[in-house]
Design a protein around this ligand. Structure first.
Ligand code: BJ8
Length: 426
């Protein structure tokens, strides 16, 4: 085995707190071993994704720095409403910023109330504790007015790093569509200003195709999980959905399509990750950003298989494509605006599309039950859980509602509740 490269000098140049960062990598590597590598008979194509994760603060950061040397810029985003296509069209890189670990919470709580959701505390903590090389590589952060917690946190965050905030409307009315289209234009102008590159119909059309190809590959992965037994565990599928926010989109698509070819063979052979009779679970709710693996691990270690995620790190982010038929730059920006406003985040009202999607997914994936996952203090998802429950009750689909954060303090209690739910399904 080749010796792992030492990236200390690069991290030091980026201003990373090396001791805290070493501690973080150690915890992550041991969690990765327990959650992912301990599984038996994993598809071989996952080797690429394991390598990518092991180099996520190393080789991938080097690649971003190399892209910057060639004149590109790096834009950090926190939400599905920021169109990656516009960033790629400016010959730049889009990275989804880490918000899935209980890191730097003490730092975050110096500027935010304790009763802020773990995802917000996590991204603020990563920045203030100086443990994330992605933040330090970004030329601009792009936030959005989705939930109250995020939009107020960006006001504070702007004191530490330049942050551009897009106004996301909270309804899908005709007026909201006009506002949203103008925000897409404002973002385009800002990306042109920072990158110094003109966004044209030509480069936008290319980037739309690139991102559509990535989403098609993710849709292909989802479709394969409909098989009984599923050819891949929910944990591994979640991991792929998480790393799509960091990896080069073209390489990611190629590797994922290769994995899907292998999974197709497994489906044909009837090879699965669990017995065909294992309970099948759809997870619905808040996004699980890397390295948030707590609930999927608990569900699957108790014998169930997660077959789909109704989440931003899942089908909420991949089900819609941008129409590729636009000829002018304005046409393409119109198509992008339309596509992104279809995302059914709980920040919108009303949000009946999400209820339809949860029910459809439970049916299409032949789920035995749904686990509703919400972060504590997340008003949009904890409140919308009531409507999700009613929609699933009408279809006789059992639901387990979980509210948690990123700490492991409640792991034993969650484990007991998950076990009881799965026993009830059996
Ligand atoms: S499109 S879900 S990524 S806003 S968990 S920070 S909602 S209090 S993450 Fe989200 Fe975009 Fe919507 Fe998706 Fe607020 Fe809730 Fe925290 Fe959340």
């Amino acid at each position: 085995m080749s010796k792992k490269k030492d990236y200390t000098a690069m991290w030091k140049d980026l201003g990373i707190d090396l001791a805290a960062h070493d501690g973080l990598l150690e915890v992550l590597s041991s969690a990765y071993g327990e959650v992912f590598l301990s599984q038996s008979d994993r598809p071989k194509g996952l080797g690429y994704f394991d390598l990518l994760v092991s180099e996520i603060h190393g080789r991938r950061i080097e690649e971003l720095l190399e892209a910057k040397k060639r004149g590109g810029k790096v834009f950090g985003v926190f939400c599905l409403y920021v169109p990656e296509e516009i960033i790629l069209a400016a010959d730049s890189v889009c990275v989804g910023l880490c918000a899935g670990a209980d890191v730097g919470t003490q730092h975050a709580e110096q500027v935010l109330p304790r009763n802020t959701c773990a995802l917000i505390k996590s991204f603020v903590g990563f920045k203030l504790a100086r443990v994330c090389p992605y933040f330090e590589t970004c030329d601009l952060l792009i936030g959005e007015t989705t939930c109250d917690g995020k939009k107020k946190a960006y006001e504070i965050f702007g004191d530490f790093q330049e942050t551009f905030v897009m106004e996301v409307p909270h309804t899908k009315s005709a007026q909201a569509q006009v506002l949203w289209r103008s925000e897409i234009q404002r973002l385009t102008n800002k990306i042109e200003e920072i990158s110094g590159k003109e966004i044209t119909a030509g480069n936008l059309s290319e980037s739309v195709k690139t991102v559509n190809a990535k989403r098609r590959a993710l849709q292909r992965l989802s479709a394969l999980r409909r098989a009984r037994p599923s050819p891949i565990s929910g944990r591994d599928a979640l991991l792929i959905n998480q790393v799509q926010f960091y990896d080069d989109p073209v390489r990611f698509t190629e590797k994922l399509n290769a994995l899907c070819a292998e999974l197709t063979e497994r489906v044909a052979e009837g090879t699965g990750v669990a017995p065909a009779a294992a309970p099948r679970i759809v997870v619905s709710g808040c996004p699980m950003a890397a390295p948030n693996w707590k609930v999927p691990f608990l569900v699957e270690k108790n014998g169930a298989t997660i077959v789909a995620e109704e989440s931003c790190v899942g089908e909420r982010g991949t089900r819609n494509l941008v129409a590729e038929d636009g000829e002018t730059r304005d046409d393409l920006l119109d198509r992008i605006a339309d596509r992104y406003l279809q995302v059914d985040c709980a920040c919108f009202t009303p949000n009946t599309e999400r209820l339809d999607h949860v029910v459809e997914m439970a049916r299409d994936y032949e789920a035995d039950g749904v686990v509703h996952y919400a972060l504590q203090f997340c008003a949009p998802y904890t409140i919308e859980a009531y409507k999700v429950q009613k929609a699933l009750e009408r279809e006789n689909v059992p639901l387990l509602k979980l509210e948690t954060d990123y700490s492991m303090e409640d792991a034993a209690q969650l484990d007991t509740r998950v076990q009881a739910f799965l026993e009830m399904l059996e």
